[in-house]
Design a protein around this ligand. Structure first.
Ligand code: SF4
Ligand code: SF4
Length: 680
């Protein structure tokens, strides 16, 4: 230590026995952490395999950036601020303690002079205060504000008290040292200096004795905490960066590929805990029960029996409860081939269905797959996919699904559209438009894919007509697939009917490839999403764009002329479709199309990546909504609050849902239009 600057925490030499006690405590605490990971790893490995370590360096850098920036955490201002105080406070305190240890025990002399004063004295004091403030905010959130989704269990209070006591005793130890050594640099430890004032009148013998006793208490507490934290909610300090590393780097909406050609395919989806992947199981451990997903979930907010937080927590409880039997089973059948010797398999192999224990039946079908839970989760957990995997199992293996879905599935099977309107009528809407089919023309810029809504729904047919007119006026050569076009299969897949999705998708892909289609434009974000992200799993790789993207680029290129005052007298609120925004990152283009015409844009409280679902995603367009409040009515209320005079959308489902919601307001109803109609 620099001459004249006394050691920060210790002003007498610890005996060699004391050193050994500290080393033993340190090794013991680290062993507890390792033990935790070994035990937990065995649990996660009960899940099925999944590769989440491709591009390790990219993943590592990404995880480090996410952890350091705390980008996900600050989404909730108060909770985020609290977390920043505690996280960065603890980082600085741990770093300062490590430097003190390195200086004293290893004689590295890495903190000298000013570095010592700034880093160890001042920064550590500020960090200690930050942690204390953070914990007080946490307590206020739990017991004062009682944040809705935030779940408090006794273990959380223990963690708060532990941290608070460690920080407080740290300041007392520092104050006693300053008082006992008349530290000339005391001004650099403002909090310790203030505490020292309370002890100035004590004689030095008493000061040394009290300091020594409290120092050991502080250290013991710190080591016990080190051993304990990993078994508490604070384990997320290590688990969440792990989740950042292992996160899905592909399409946000990706569903697992099921090889329908596989003759050995025995099951589809997830009907047992061990059929989830290890990453699904890891997610349940990384969940810190903050409740953000639940507080923002449209299904939950509108009164459905669904909480994404509870789904993860219930799955975790099932995993822990079932694990002894599952581990025996895995020992009997290490490859998980299902060929375990019946005699060696445990008699009480878990068999309780997941639906009913992890999520209620109504909750399973209430999810709109809007992705808001994914967006707000500070742990980057992947909630909707777990529900979708369970839906696939229920439909494919149990034939258990809402009665309304039966008719939708049958209609898609027989006529290639959810309404069941004759397949031969698909192009009727365009009969009077000069748009050819691919049987009539081959040399095109884009295949125009109106989707089932754009082809069969009378309201959305107007949007299709607007899109065709706009594209053709800009000189874009487009054609239809014609009556060969089938439903893209999005609703079938998200409703769990993987086989139906497979037959629709493979037929579409075969037709598109037969016509050598390279580029597709569609006004439906659900078609866009499935054509762009799901079809490549089946070998259908196309360049797919949304009509707002193409129209915006045509305006930028000067190929499509707009009247910059056409909407100057309008105040328009644009509703972000989940599948366009959150799943495909398209926020700017629809707004650009409106502002290019001079419209004043209003924004709802929930917009862009935090948009509120219209209620139709995940196949919910085709199901009854009898529980709670209708989601489309809630979204329409949010639009009306902006006092705009028009609601704009860029999705046929959103258009239908919001038009329906707006109509329920009678005379106060607002017109609901697709941006293409407004542009035309
Ligand atoms: S995807 Fe949307 S509806 Fe489904 S659980 Fe998440 S937030 Fe709720
Ligand atoms: S899943 Fe994510 S958002 Fe939901 S409670 Fe857990 S950590 Fe919070």
């Amino acid at each position: 230590m620099t001459q004249g600057i006394p050691s920060r925490e210790i002003f007498w030499n610890i005996s060699s026995i004391g050193h050994w006690i500290i080393y033993v405590l340190l090794v013991g605490a680290l062993a507890c952490c390792v033990w935790f990971f070994v035990k937990r790893r065995n649990l996660w490995r009960l899940g099925s395999p999944e590769n989440r370590s491709d591009h390790p360096m990219r993943r590592l850098l990404d995880a480090a950036a996410q952890t350091v920036s705390q980008r996900r955490v600050v989404h909730d201002p108060l909770g985020g601020f609290m977390h920043l105080l505690i996280f960065w406070g603890m980082v600085v305190l741990i770093a300062a303690t490590a430097v003190v240890a390195a200086n004293q025990d290893l004689h590295l002399d890495i903190a000298q002079g000013d570095v010592y004063l700034y880093l160890l004295s001042l920064a550590a004091d500020v960090a200690g205060i930050a942690v204390i403030c953070g914990i007080f905010i946490a307590l206020v959130r739990r017991f004062g504000r009682r944040d809705k989704g935030l779940e408090t269990v006794p273990e959380d209070i223990v963690v708060d008290i532990f941290l608070l006591t460690i920080c407080m005793t740290g300041f007392f130890v520092e104050g006693l040292r300053i008082a006992g050594t008349s530290d000339p640099w005391r001004a650099w430890s403002p909090v310790g200096n203030a505490v020292a004032g309370w002890f100035e009148t004590m004689d030095s013998g008493t000061l040394m004795a009290v300091h020594g006793g409290l120092w050991w208490f502080h250290m013991l507490l710190a080591f016990v905490f080190m051993a304990y934290f990993i078994y508490s909610k604070l384990a997320h300090v290590l688990l969440i960066p792990g989740n950042y590393f292992f996160r899905n780097r592909g399409a946000v909406s990706a569903m697992p590929f099921i090889d329908m050609e596989d003759e050995n395919l025995e099951t589809m989806g997830v009907g047992k805990v061990e059929e989830f992947t290890w990453k699904d199981l890891y997610d349940t451990e990384a969940c810190i029960r903050c409740g953000r997903c639940q507080d923002n979930c449209p299904a939950h907010i509108s009164g459905k029996d669904l909480s994404p937080k509870d789904v993860l927590q219930n799955l975790r409880a099932r995993l822990i409860a079932d694990s002894p039997a599952l581990q025996l089973l895995r020992a009997a059948d290490p490859e998980g081939s299902g060929a375990a010797d019946a005699a060696s398999a445990p008699a009480d192999t878990p068999s309780a269905p997941l639906v009913g224990s992890v999520v209620s039946r109504s909750g399973l079908w209430a999810c709109t797959t809007c992705g808001e839970c994914l967006q707000v989760c500070p742990a980057m957990n992947e909630q909707p996919i777990k529900l979708l995997k369970m839906r696939t199992y229920q439909v494919s293996m149990e034939s258990d699904f809402p009665a309304e879905a039966q008719a939708t599935f049958r209609n898609m099977e027989q006529n290639g559209n959810p309404w069941g309107i004759g397949w031969q009528n698909r192009t009727k809407w365009a009969a009077d438009l000069p748009i050819p089919t691919l049987d009539e023309i081959e040399d095109i810029d884009y295949l125009y894919w109106p989707g089932c809504s754009g082809a069969y729904d009378s309201r959305n047919q107007k949007v299709s007509r607007a899109v065709v007119k706009l594209l053709q006026s800009a000189g874009v050569r487009i054609a239809l697939l014609g009556n060969d076009e089938r439903c893209c299969g999005d609703a079938a897949r998200r409703l769990g009917n993987e086989y139906l999705y497979y037959s629709l998708a493979t037929e579409n892909i075969a037709n598109l490839q037969a016509h050598k289609v390279k580029k597709i434009v569609t006004q439906c974000p659900h078609c866009l999403n499935v054509l762009k992200h799901d079809y490549p799993q089946l070998g259908g790789c196309f360049e797919v764009v949304h009509h707002t993207e193409l129209l915006a680029s045509l305006i930028e290129q000067g190929r499509l002329k707009v009247d910059s005052k056409a909407l100057a007298d309008r105040c328009i609120v644009y509703h972000d479709s989940c599948y366009l925004g959150r799943y495909n990152d398209i926020y700017r283009e629809p707004r650009d199309l409106l502002s290019a015409q001079g419209a004043t844009l209003a924004e709802m409280k929930r917009s862009h990546a935090d948009s509120f679902c219209c209620g139709a995603g995940g196949g919910r367009m085709w199901l009854e909504e009898t529980e709670g409040t209708r989601i489309n009515l809630m979204r329409t209320e949010q639009a009306l609050e902006t006092k705009a005079d028009t609601i704009a959308t860029a999705c046929p489902f959103c258009l239908t849902m919001l038009a329906d919601g707006s109509a329920s307001h009678g005379d106060a109803a607002l017109p609901v239009c697709d941006v293409a109609e407004l542009l035309l």
